[in-house]
Design a protein around this ligand. Structure first.
Ligand SMILES: Cc1cc2nc3c(=O)[nH]c(=O)nc-3n(C[C@H](O)[C@H](O)[C@H](O)COP(=O)(O)O)c2cc1C
Ligand code: SF4
Length: 379
């Protein structure tokens, strides 16, 4: 695997751990991934929830705990590449973005909406010339085109990289529910189309915009195929849930180990206003059956959540699940979560992915040398 180069940032192994809220990817998982040479990502969403019991649950608690997690991760991985995932849908997006810049994180991923506005909390100088890399998350070549056009016209600069998330990912998804049911374009095709869109802008600005692709990438063969399709790195969330270092409770991880069949992973309509993918359980079944859960909206944490009409509070449900209370919550998961068989260390995951990748790459090289006209692994 070639290193991922984002401007002056070099990532030895082109594997990015997807940010997972609420409390699933914090400093523990992020630092472990960074120590293996990938990018470790803290999810900034809902962090203030853990301050709830201390009576401090507020917007400020969210900001304070995000800063704490960044500092903890930096101590645990002083030389690793560390980032954050901040959802545009959260009410305090601008403040969290500012924390990431102030704490000098290497990279910030921004999803759950189109990242086409400068956060109000940062100066134009900070936005244009920050050493922190800015990476919008998109799910189509069309969204890539719009994002690049706005950045070029409005800011006179381009994003440092693009994260493309396909429809097989866990968590909230950038597709409409009916598209997901009917079947969406494959991640490979979105990558190929986005590469064409990017190349025009790369020429105009004289820069390179790497593609980080995720959603359904689970083993070394998946990595090989998507890099062949033109991605420069992969983003993986589901695979890292079943690690010892993942910050969620063991009961959350066991949900993955106990999935019997792919059908146990379902699409949901999230109160955040987006479809999502999760492990089906009694909580989700009762919501689907129309049960109204008690909603105590402590503060409007999501711009898109109509707290007066939702059947449950998603921040609380995800927080409960990450803390092992699956009776009052549920676990987001990608389509491949059913493949999980055991809890591993992050190092074991990296070793396994790299050796699977090397095996398939060598097999293809041999095949190519023999027949010299095709590759045996098609995308
Ligand atoms: C448990 C879980 C929680 C997630 N939470 C978030 C989140 O809060 N914000 C976000 O932008 N993406 C979230 N994601 C998506 C991941 O960052 C990543 O892009 C995705 O997991 C990649 O697809 P995969 O799960 O098939 O590997 C989550 C994914 C999982 C599995
Ligand atoms: S009800 Fe909605 S806005 Fe209120 S805390 Fe829960 S998720 Fe956030």
């Amino acid at each position: 695997m070639k290193p991922l180069i984002i401007g002056n940032l070099k990532v030895r192994i082109p594997i990015v751990q997807g940010g997972m809220g609420v409390g699933v990817s914090l400093s523990g998982l992020a630092s472990a991934v960074a120590n293996q040479g990938g990018i470790g990502v803290i999810s900034a969403v809902g962090l203030g929830m853990s301050y709830n019991l201390k009576g401090k649950y507020s917007k400020q608690a969210n900001i304070d705990s995000f800063r704490n997690e960044i500092r903890k991760a930096k101590k645990l991985s002083p030389k690793g590449v560390l980032g954050a995932n901040i959802m545009l849908a959260v009410t305090n997006f601008d403040e969290l973005f500012k924390v990431a810049i102030d704490e000098k994180l290497d990279i910030v991923f921004v999803g759950a909406g189109l990242f086409i506005h400068k956060p109000t909390t940062v100066t134009t100088e900070e936005f244009l010339n920050s050493n922190t890399k800015f990476v919008p998350k998109i799910s189509s070549a069309r969204a890539a085109k719009l994002t690049l056009k706005v950045w070029a016209d409005k800011f006179g600069r381009l994003p440092d990289a693009l994260a493309i998330e396909g429809s097989k990912a866990g968590g909230h998804l950038g597709f409409k529910k009916n598209e997901l049911i009917k079947g969406t374009q494959s991640l490979h095709n979105i990558v190929r189309e986005t590469k064409i869109v990017i190349s025009e802008y790369e020429k105009e600005f004289g820069v390179t915009i790497p593609i980080i692709a995720g959603g359904g990438i689970y083993d070394g063969t998946d990595i090989y195929k998507i890099l062949k399709a033109g991605a420069d790195a992969v983003k993986m969330g589901t695979k890292f849930v079943t690690t010892f270092e993942c910050d969620a409770d063991i009961k959350f991880k066991e949900q993955y180990l106990n999935i019997n069949k792919p059908k146990d992973i379902v699409l949901i309509d999230s109160p955040a206003g987006l479809p999502g993918r999760a492990v089906n359980n009694d909580f989700l079944k009762s919501v689907a059956a129309g049960t109204q859960k008690p909603v105590k909206c402590v503060w409007q944490c999501l711009k898109t959540c109509n707290y007066k009409n939702v059947s449950y509070c998603i921040a609380e449900a995800l927080f409960n699940a990450a803390n092992g209370n699956l009776k009052d919550g549920f676990a987001f998961a990608g389509t491949n979560a059913y493949k999980a068989e055991k809890i591993q260390t992050v190092k074991e995951v990296f070793d396994e992915l790299i050796s699977e990748f090397k095996y398939i790459a060598a097999k293809n090289r041999n095949y190519k040398q023999k027949y010299d006209y095709a590759v045996c692994v098609s995308a």
